[in-house]
Design a protein around this ligand. Structure first.
Ligand code: DQA
Length: 145
């Protein structure tokens, strides 16, 4: 099975971006962790990042027929993008939402996610570990389909 891991805006800055909130782990570190976990689980993954909403939507469209599932950290688009939600709903691939920080313990505007309603589940607050937790859960879900 294969999983598209899609990271949204500003996540390319991880490591130096608000380390008090997001830690010092870089996106490259997270990719390495995901590759390691995927290898153990027998998954193949693609790891992508974009600062552009439309580009993310096109990556979601292209995932249909190419990947079996999506792991998405849509960054701030989580709280604004009906279009990304609609793209996920359209491709009908099992999708897990991940956030490094606990969005519910932060500003009120981060408490609403447009993604959650079309996701299989959501993991937040565990930093980079959330990505490998999500891969683990997706792997089980894909095996039982
Ligand atoms: C984030 C949480 C979002 O609110 C924020 O805009 C991000 C990162 C997280 O991983 O904790 O860019 O998705």
């Amino acid at each position: 099975p294969s999983v598209l891991i899609l990271n949204g805006p500003n996540l390319n800055l991880l490591g130096t971006r608000q380390p008090d909130v997001y830690g010092t782990t870089t996106l490259a570190d997270i990719e390495t962790m995901c590759q390691e976990t995927a290898r153990k689980l027998g998954l193949s993954i693609a790891f992508e990042q974009s600062n552009h909403e439309g580009a993310m939507i096109e990556q979601i469209h292209a995932a249909k027929g190419t990947y079996d599932a999506i792991l998405i950290n849509a960054g701030a688009y989580t709280h604004t993008s009906v279009a990304i939600r609609d793209a996920i709903a359209a491709v009908e691939l099992p999708t897990v939402e991940v956030h490094l920080s606990n969005i519910h313990a932060r500003e009120t505007f981060r408490h609403t996610s447009y993604i959650s309603g079309v996701a299989v589940g959501m993991i937040c607050g565990f930093g980079a570990k959330g990505y490998t937790m999500a891969l683990d859960a997706l792997s089980e879900r894909l095996a039982s389909l």
